[in-house]
Ligand binder design. Structure first.
Ligand SMILES: [Zn+2]
Length: 323
């Protein structure tokens, strides 16, 4: 029987998600294991190899049924070389030739991809962007990951670092970013940026319903800010609204550079649903170009945490087809 299936693996700092996808890119079986990053790369790698075997067993398949494996991983990494250079949430992983190692251990072709790119391709394959040709996705979490699909193909750029939309400068001379620049989008539009900016406002002496909880040393996050805003706290509401404004500006900029059909919002902050989408759309409507009707629709992702493995599997299939 011809190899019809692909396996997608999404490596995160806490969990590794694995899935078997069919020819249409539909997820047929899935499993998750703990990354157990504290035991070092070799330990995690052996668990990943076992995950592939377990997935095949679950699906009643053998390796001859599988065309290729796709892996989405945090970076920076090189898709072309198949090497993870380093990853802040995978301590000790440095210059890991994951593509070659996993291919040797499994006997299958392997494609390595940046996790944000893989997630965007997952939404393009089976989620919010499945009926479009050109899309941009923003994954709003600790930072902001980006992915761009143009003409049905993932856009990686010449140096493998296209779609670093989180590091688009949105405020000249603005907040410092660990990347070395100032004013990056992810310092204003990520889940972390929401709570950080609220803490800064409170430290600057601005009044806020969350001030006493912060003073008591409670660890708050973006959900607390959103809840305080919903309860009528004006400071929290202003910071949430500013976050939506900056994300809308990013969408305006992407409209002019790429002219996509869809801008998809994903990640932890997107769990706010309509409370994120409605103000982002309103700010976009206010800021956008009015002289031509070529504006993208802004929508929420639909694949959730499955997007990474679905996308990685689809990219493995694309690589085998020479795309
Ligand atoms: Zn940056």
């Amino acid at each position: 029987m011809a190899a019809r299936y692909t396996i997608g693996i999404d490596i995160g700092g806490t969990n590794i998600e694995g899935g078997v996808c069919d020819e249409q890119g539909v997820l047929r079986r899935q499993r998750a294991i703990k990354t157990e990053v504290e035991h070092g790369f070799e330990h995690t790698f052996q668990r990943m190899v076992r995950l592939v075997d377990d997935l095949l067993q679950d699906a009643g398949l053998t390796k001859t049924d599988v065309l290729a494996i796709g892996v989405g991983a945090p970076g920076p990494l090189s898709h072309e070389r198949g090497v993870i250079y380093t990853a802040p949430n995978l301590p000790g992983w440095r210059d890991i030739p994951l593509q070659a190692k996993l291919s040797e251990a499994t006997g299958l072709p392997v494609t390595l991809e940046n996790d944000a790119n893989a997630a965007a391709f997952g939404e393009f394959t089976a989620g919010a962007a499945r009926d479009v040709r050109d899309m941009v996705m923003l994954t709003l979490g600790t930072g902001i990951g980006g992915g761009i699909v143009l003409n049905g193909l993932l856009w990686r750029g010449r140096f493998d670092s296209a779609a670093e939309i989180g590091h688009m400068v949105i405020v000249p001379g603005g907040r410092a970013c660990p990347c070395g620049q100032r004013g990056c989008l992810e310092r204003y539009g990520s889940a972390n940026a929401v709570i950080e900016r609220l803490i800064e406002a409170v430290q600057a002496g601005e009044s806020c319903a969350l001030a006493s909880r912060l003073a008591a040393g409670e660890k708050l996050d973006a959900r607390d800010v959103l809840r305080a805003a919903a309860d009528g706290d004006r400071r929290a509401a202003r910071i949430w609204d500013e976050t939506c404004y900056y994300l809308a500006l990013a969408a305006v900029n992407m409209q002019h550079v790429l002219n996509p059909e869809l801008v998809v919002l994903a990640g932890g902050l997107a769990k706010a649903g309509e409370r994120l989408l409605t103000p982002v759309r309103a700010h976009f409507e206010e800021q956008r170009w009015k002289i031509a009707p070529d504006t993208p629709e802004i929508v929420l992702a639909t694949c959730g945490t499955d997007a990474g493995m679905i996308g990685a599997a689809a990219l493995a299939r694309a690589a085998q087809a020479g795309r």
